[in-house]
Design a binder for this molecule. Structure first.
Ligand code: FES
Ligand SMILES: [Fe+2]
Length: 434
């Protein structure tokens, strides 16, 4: 643990820049990916026993619990967890379950507590989970041992986020994050504020939702408007031990777009968003991206942000990091969209999609007020044109996967992040215990 932490610190302190090197390609075969992985209850249960209970899961944002006694709950599959700031420098995670008769200690949400009292028979617990008070304790003739405490699980913080792991012998968080912790360090995620926070219930398997964002092969089909502002062909894909990324160039038109010289309307909007007047911009299409990169860096520096660890492409492109099993950081310049897919407690055909947005806050500036989390059913509200386009297909994909005619996912080379995810998943389900 120490060596890892030291290495990571050195990365942060020694002028490290997010690498652009292409990772070597693992060989993963070309077999169909059996559809049962997306539809069967048995597979879902295996995933829970072998994978979800053994990975580091993201609980939420550390800034939501700034003071001692602040807490929030986080729901994952059939479980709920209570995340508590027990001391200024100590965050703990507990199963949100009273050890007496099993009542949930807190309803989903966030708040502040001096101690946690169960609402059923008033067992009371300290912020460190230990027993504080048991009414009529002498009537428990078998005794109420001090171990009658909230059940704690490993908990750690990274990037301004709180993480937990249901495996009591979990590997260190930094080991789980691997190279990605270093790659993302130059963004200084702890300086970002949450500016959007909602959950949408989708009638699809959680992996079908992950898949929908891990390939750009679908751009020409469902997001034709994006061909006017990004390159969906020259997308570098890097598959690491567990996690992966792709780098999508923004600020230029797709090679599929008919007019390669046109400064399209979306590109003009990018210019304007970068502080460049599109009407007086004299460059051609190919000049937009470098101009954006220069302008975004200059604006960030002028606001006192440290962008020295970010390369020029990070000023314009989508550095899209997928952290196994269910986290996506869709990082563009000084903000990122964050996706988290959470499995349904019992149904492989349903899931919860957490959609959050984050903005980098310049040093000394106030963060905007924390948005109130909202929860919606699929189709109830628009989540923006691109995301509406993405989500439109998902229930239909799930229905199609359940057809007796459908055998499994046929994956092309451009879609290989999907195969990589399944390979990593196999490692959990079939490999040695982690
Ligand atoms: S279930 Fe919590 S005090 Fe009885
Ligand atoms: Fe999409």
């Amino acid at each position: 643990m120490h060596a890892l932490l030291e290495n990571h610190r050195m990365v942060i302190e020694t002028g490290y820049v997010t690498p652009t090197e292409k990772a070597p390609e693992p060989s993963m075969g070309t077999a169909l990916i059996p559809k049962e992985r997306y539809t069967s209850k048995e597979y879902m249960e295996l995933e829970w026993e072998r994978m979800w209970t053994r990975v580091w899961n993201m609980a939420g944002r550390e800034s939501d619990i700034p003071n001692v006694g602040d807490y929030f709950t986080t729901e994952l599959g059939p479980e709920s967890f209570l995340i508590v700031r027990e001391a200024e420098d100590k965050v703990r995670a507990f199963y949100n379950v009273c050890p007496h008769r099993g009542n949930q200690i807190r309803n989903p949400g966030m708040g502040h507590a001096e101690s946690f009292q169960c609402a059923y028979h008033f067992f009371e617990f300290n912020l460190d989970g230990s027993k504080k008070f048991v009414p009529d304790e002498d009537t428990f003739t078998q005794g109420v041992p001090q171990e009658t405490a909230l059940v704690e699980v490993p908990c750690d913080t990274w990037g301004g986020f709180v993480w937990f792991n249901m495996n009591p012998d979990a590997e260190p968080l930094l080991e789980f994050l691997g190279v990605v912790a270093d790659h993302l360090a130059p963004y200084h995620f702890e300086e970002y504020a949450i500016v959007g926070d909602m959950t949408i219930e989708w009638d699809t398997n959680w992996k079908a939702s992950v898949d929908a964002f891990n390939e750009v092969y679908h751009v020409q089909g469902i997001h034709p408007q994006l061909l006017e502002s990004l390159d969906d062909i020259h997308v570098q894909i890097d598959l690491y031990e567990r996690h992966n990324r792709y780098l999508v160039p923004f600020g230029l038109v797709s090679p599929r777009y008919p007019n390669q010289n046109k400064v399209t309307q979306p590109l003009k909007q990018f210019l304007a968003g970068s502080g460049i007047d599109p009407d007086s911009f004299e460059g051609g299409m190919g000049d937009v991206r470098p101009a954006m990169q220069k302008a975004v860096r200059a604006a960030a520096e002028a606001q006192g942000m440290d962008v020295s660890g970010l390369n020029d492409d990070q000023m314009s492109d989508d550095y899209h990091y997928y952290l196994f099993p269910n986290l996506t950081f869709n990082i563009t310049a000084l903000g990122f969209g964050f996706f988290r897919q959470r499995p349904h407690p019992t149904d492989p055909n349903k899931m919860f999609f957490d959609l959050q947005s984050y903005a980098r806050i310049p040093p000394g500036a106030d963060s905007p007020p924390r948005p109130v989390h909202s929860q919606h059913k699929h189709g109830e509200i628009s989540i923006g044109l691109v995301m509406d386009q993405d989500s439109y297909n998902l229930p239909r994909v799930q229905k199609g996967m359940n057809s007796r005619s459908y055998k499994g996912l046929l994956i092309n080379y451009r879609e290989r992040r999907i195969r990589h995810m399944h390979t990593v998943l196999d490692g959990y389900l079939e490999g040695p215990d982690r």
